[in-house]
Design a protein around this ligand. Structure first.
Ligand code: ATP
Length: 367
């Protein structure tokens, strides 16, 4: 059961039959999920799918219309945000500009027990966790975007929540810094062992960071799985399109044999099928890296097909080709790792392509 907490972890967040309306708009349409203690869990989906609403529901900023939310074994109905074992880091991490870094990080401690010296120690520890040891006296205004993000994290972590909720925390950062912070956040989460629930619309970010990902469309969870499972076995065409890139080729079925446009006949038995989605004709889905372009004269034990390169895009480590397979009109995308001695093919070149039936997923309404 993909909705259960993963083996070996106690569930810390349990949500069942969750619905939320904003006026006439049905933002959450029956969400069931269980997040394991210590898990890095992501809510991934396009803008407007309800992921932020779901996160705010867990935090207690939104009340559920129907359904049940249990955190750490306690029913959260009527429990305000500040009484929940959760803390939230917002997209626009509001740093108080007139306070220094130490005061910003210690903000949530100001009414808690403990001497000034004890609080100073906790501030120091929180800053160390996020790689800002010794920054207490710095002015908050003088910080870079990445440093502000770290301060916001330290400020949330110092309260030692059981669950940290993160709403697109890295979206304001440029690409390089975002990639660096993704790795840091992941390392930090493992180190502190706190459950992280991250909202993101960036599929790469979700795959890189998470133990499990819930892919959401229109207020529902379309698939809940680990990154590898999501990528290799997308449950539907929509998930397959949202996670990474996939080629879809028309298929004609005759008895036990399938004819895949441009690739040829394969026995139907043993091919993987995604759940029928009730839309469109049958298609064969293949990821770009599951094809390879053979060297002239190269021998292979794999299945082969023939095509013509239409476009070439060089990405440094990789080259992406658009190839028109013989007998077809729409190109397929093929990615090849660039290696010493491997030529980059120019448009117009004839190419022999290798592929395997094992890397095909069938998508269709009517299997
Ligand atoms: P984004 O990445 O754009 O924030 P999201 O997946 O997080 O998208 P939500 O913010 O959860 O989406 O919004 C889901 C839907 O609910 C949207 O159509 C949004 O307009 C609507 N919505 C959210 N909050 C409210 C509100 N307070 N009042 C009315 N409608 C709302």
């Amino acid at each position: 059961d993909a909705e259960a907490a993963p083996a070996g972890r106690c569930p810390i967040i349990e949500l069942s039959g969750a619905h939320k309306h904003f006026g006439d708009y049905h933002a959450l349409r029956g969400i069931d999920l269980s997040v394991g203690a210590g898990e890095f869990f992501s809510l991934l989906g396009p803008s407007g799918c309800g992921k932020t609403t779901l996160l705010r529901t867990i935090a207690g900023f939104e009340a559920l219309g129907a359904g049940r939310l249990v955190i750490g074994g306690r029913d959260m109905a009527g429990v305000p945000p500040n009484r929940r074992p959760t803390n939230m880091v917002f997209q626009s991490y509001a740093i108080f500009p007139h306070l220094d870094v130490g005061q910003n990080v210690g903000f949530g401690l100001r009414r808690s027990e403990g001497s000034r010296a004890q609080k100073a120690v906790r501030i120091g520890e929180a800053l160390e966790m996020v790689g800002l040891a010794g920054y207490e006296r710095r002015g908050a205004q003088a910080l870079s975007g990445g440093q502000r993000q770290r301060v916001a994290l330290a400020r949330a972590l110092i309260l030692r929540p059981d669950v940290l909720l993160l709403d697109e925390p890295l979206s304001a950062l440029d690409k390089k810094l975002r990639e660096q912070m993704q790795a840091e956040l992941r390392r930090l989460q493992r180190q502190v062992g706190i459950t992280f629930v991250l909202v993101t619309h960036d599929q790469e970010e979700a795959l890189i960071m998470s133990d499990r990902v819930a892919v959401m469309f229109e207020g529902r969870i379309a698939q809940l799985a680990g990154p590898q499972e999501l990528y290799r076995h997308p449950a539907s065409r929509r998930v397959a399109e949202f996670i990474g890139m996939m080629n879809f080729l028309p298929v004609i079925a005759t008895g036990d044999t399938l004819e895949i446009a441009g690739l040829g006949r394969v026995p139907r038995a043993g091919l993987r099928s995604a759940a029928p989605d009730g839309q469109g004709p049958p298609e064969a889905g293949i990821r770009p890296e599951m094809f390879s372009i053979l060297y002239p004269g190269e021998q292979t034990g794999r299945r082969t097909a023939q095509g013509t390169v239409r476009e070439t895009a060089f990405y440094g480590d990789m080259t992406y080709y658009e190839v028109i397979l013989d007998g077809t009109e729409r190109p397929v995308t093929i990615s090849m790792k660039n290696m010493p001695g491997r030529m980059i093919l120019s448009p117009g070149t004839q190419a022999r392509i290798a592929w395997d039936a094992e890397s095909v997923t069938l998508f269709s309404a009517a299997w």
